[in-house]
Design a protein around this ligand. Structure first.
Ligand code: PLP
Length: 411
């Protein structure tokens, strides 16, 4: 039998639109962590971007009912009428924004919403302003759509939030979008109405710029933080704002793959053209489950939020007690983004110097058996992200291992 021919031998090279994009560091660290786990090492993975809760029973029932009713065929291209109505009611009830049904679109996860939006709107060379640290997919999706990510560093001192001056400076005649995410993955930072106001004032002065807001973590906020979305704060921007949301995080439905958005009709229509040739429509069963989620009793959200808040407090306190680590208190999501600047330059027992946040995360993985993600994966160093969507017992154990590993470093 002939030996199989490798892709290189047949002359395969990736298309230029994806050649610059690598598998993310999150995936790489995750694979290493799983490899060590398979070898029997007691690895604690604090890298996952999904709640550890189960999808609520009433949501599962919505899906079971749909299957039994034969609701298992292609649906309308960008969402069933029932789901669009549930989303319309959600936007009005929870966000004080009114969208017509043809201003709403549904896709296979919020990630596909972002993909559809960029593919539908960017011409080669168009710029997209992305406050940094950012969710890795933002810059990759922009690049696949042949746009240019314009990364603007938002420091811990500025609460990882973009300022009006930074936004003003980042906008050029080529700017097509500004992409804001509140609460943020990876920093957990969120914009209050007062934080948003100066940014929206800048956008009012630049009528060619569109605003994409990713409200995915809307239901996971802490203390007395009040979530708001820009289309509600500034109706004059509603016609050029895409308000993105989904059921993945709030309803613990990451595997069901349903995301949605409200926005200007012309953009929503263009996005449906992209979707029509990518997936035809989102899963019929998952859409039925999402109707149940959005129309059902929302009281369980408060309980889950309280549980996340206890874990946030545990992790922030544990990290800040470690010499060399500083962690800002996040307003939302289920991530901490702590600085490891105070540990750079220190030496491990085998005389290796911790020079970067990647070195630090690799050290934690091999010595403390805890997997966390370096800030470099999100465009800002020297930081590391912990996802605290796991049990308090596991978090406590992980924190004490991290503390021991840090103490073992020498100056
Ligand atoms: C900020 C942010 N937006 C969007 C998504 C994507 O969510 P979905 O599961 O709906 O694709 C994620 C998932 O990690 C996220 O962190």
């Amino acid at each position: 039998m002939n030996a199989p021919i490798s892709a290189e031998e047949v002359g395969f090279a990736p298309a230029s639109r994806i050649a610059r994009i690598d598998v993310s560091e999150i995936v790489r660290i995750g694979a290493r962590a799983l490899g060590l786990k398979r070898e029997g090492k007691p690895i604690i993975i604090l890298g996952a971007g999904e709640p550890d809760f189960d999808t609520p029973d009433f949501v599962k029932q919505g899906a079971i009912d749909a299957i039994q009713a034969g609701d298992t065929k292609y649906t309308a291209l960008d969402g069933t009428p029932a789901l669009k109505q549930a989303i319309q009611a959600k936007f009005s009830r929870e966000n004080n924004v009114d969208y017509a049904l043809d201003e709403i679109t549904v896709a296979t996860g919020a990630k596909q919403i972002l993909f559809n939006a960029m593919m539908a709107s960017l011409n080669a060379g168009d710029e997209v302003v992305i406050p940094t640290p950012y969710w890795t997919s933002y810059s990759d999706i922009v690049q696949i759509a042949e746009g240019v990510p314009v990364l603007v560093t938002c420091t811990a001192e500025a609460g990882f939030r973009l300022t009006a001056e930074q936004l003003e400076q980042a906008i050029t005649p080529k700017t097509k979008w500004v992409l804001l995410n509140s609460p943020s993955n990876p920093s957990g930072a969120a914009y209050s109405e007062a934080d948003y106001r100066p940014l929206l004032d800048v956008l009012l002065r630049h009528p060619q710029v569109m605003l994409l807001v990713d409200d995915m973590y809307e239901h996971i906020t802490y203390d007395d933080f009040r979530f708001v979305t820009p289309a509600a704060i500034e109706p004059r921007l509603k016609e050029r704002t895409l308000t993105v949301n989904g059921v993945s995080k709030a309803y613990a439905m990451t595997g069901w793959r349903i995301g949605y958005a409200g926005g200007p009709k012309a953009l929503i229509k263009a996005m449906s053209v992209v979707q029509s040739q990518a997936t035809s429509c989102p899963s019929s069963v998952s859409q039925a489950a999402s109707v149940a989620a959005l129309n059902g009793d929302q009281s369980f959200l408060a309980e889950r939020k309280a549980s996340f808040q206890r874990r946030r407090d545990l992790v922030v306190a544990g990290l800040n007690a470690i010499e060399g680590i500083t962690c800002r208190v996040p307003e939302g999501a289920f991530y901490t983004f702590a600085s490891c600047a105070g540990l750079l330059g220190r030496k491990t027992a085998d005389e290796r110097i911790i020079e970067t946040d990647s070195d630090f995360c690799n050290y934690l993985l091999t010595n403390a058996h805890v997997a966390v993600v370096p800030g470099s994966a999100f465009g800002l160093s020297p930081f590391f992200r912990i996802s605290y969507a796991t049990s308090e017992a596991e978090l406590t154990e992980a924190l004490s291992r991290i503390a021991r590993a840090c103490e073992a470093l020498s100056a």
